[in-house]
Design a protein around this ligand. Structure first.
Ligand code: COI
Length: 334
């Protein structure tokens, strides 16, 4: 069956695979826009069978869901793992199927988290700063640590958390983890325990839970006080899992040793934008950006060639299945 799809939030790196899809599937007509799906852009979906979306800003306005339904659209395919941008009350009210792409590349995110942890563990923030100052000395403050005798704590052991646990285990670290459900297959490389034990014992605390009401702010003042003073926090999942003000306070009070942040609570204020001066950043992000023991990356943990290809292709595959009357592979609200 011919499928006509509009892909919102398109970027040149993904467009390569969309163009390839159009070439390989002569009957399909996949069109793209770099705009995000909002109440202002939803009209563009007229005359399409389904839409695909990749964005970090919430689709909160009921009008978007109502309009999609009135245009006859029954399927909104996220090209992301996370689905916290969707209002499921509205999606269900307007009978809109939501699918995601949960495994475009768990390793992409796991490897990025490890990179951030190693950067901090080996004090590269300090060495980078020294290099800029043409200072090639080796101060005692930059003595570092080795990964294999560390305890890594993973919160959330889904696909990405499990891939993360596996990598740290392979490097010889002791890996402990917490999740509301236990995956027996993980027990070869992670010891499951309770949330508080993970917080208190982790030298590296890596977050991999979805964002919802139960996880928002899960790392705040109390947790920072309980963490080891030389612990590193790695957040590659969603910014609001961490209370930013509490994080800044903990870093200033040396309650923890550093943070690797690929996500921020209000990241759309600064990610995908370029600034001339640090003063243009919101005050809390100015503070974080100045700290040599904090590394911020612009939600780029996912950003590998493998992931980008799979995001585009797997989302289109599920759209095709649904239009052909098959079950989607990755339904979120069925
Ligand atoms: C996800 O897939 O959930 C991500 O965080 C990637 C991002 C492009 C939204």
């Amino acid at each position: 069956m011919l499928m006509k799809v509009l892909m919102y939030g398109m970027t040149p790196d993904q467009k390569i695979y969309v163009d390839k899809w159009n070439k390989d599937h002569a009957a399909d007509d996949i069109q793209t826009t770099d705009e995000q799906l909002t109440a202002q852009t939803v009209d563009k979906a007229k005359n399409f069978d389904a839409v695909s979306v990749m964005q970090t800003s919430n689709i909160e306005d009921e009008e978007v869901y109502r309009k999609l339904a009135s245009l006859g659209i029954k399927h909104l395919a996220l090209r992301t793992v996370g689905y916290n941008i969707i209002n499921f009350d509205y999606a269900n009210k307007y009978h809109l199927l939501i699918t995601n792409v949960p495994a475009y590349s768990p390793r992409a995110i796991a490897e990025n988290g490890l990179t951030a942890a190693m950067f901090l563990l080996r004090k590269w923030g300090g060495y980078f700063k020294q290099e800029k100052d043409l200072n090639f000395t080796r101060p005692e403050s930059l003595i570092s640590d080795e990964i294999y005798n560390k305890t890594v704590g993973i919160i959330g052991l889904g696909r990405i958390g499990s891939a993360t646990a596996e990598i740290y285990h392979a490097l010889g670290a002791k890996v402990i983890g917490y999740d509301i459900v236990k995956n027996v297959a993980n027990e070869a490389f992670v010891t499951y325990t309770d949330f508080d034990t993970v917080i208190k014992n982790a030298d590296i605390l890596s977050l991999h839970t979805p964002l919802d009401q139960s996880t928002q702010g899960m790392i705040g003042t109390k947790q920072f006080k309980e963490m080891k003073n030389d612990a590193l926090l790695i957040n590659q999942a969603r910014g609001p899992l961490v209370d930013t003000a509490a994080l800044i306070a903990a870093l200033k009070k040396h309650e923890i040793a550093g943070a690797g942040l690929d996500v921020l609570a209000d990241e759309n204020q600064i990610f995908m934008k370029k600034f001339d001066n640090i003063k243009q950043l919101p005050e809390d992000y100015q503070e974080l950006a100045k700290m040599p023991n904090v590394v911020i990356t612009p939600h780029s943990a996912y950003y590998t060639k493998t992931a980008v290809q799979n995001m585009a292709e797997q989302s289109l595959t599920d759209i095709k299945r649904v239009l052909n009357g098959q079950k989607p592979i990755f339904p979120v609200n069925l």
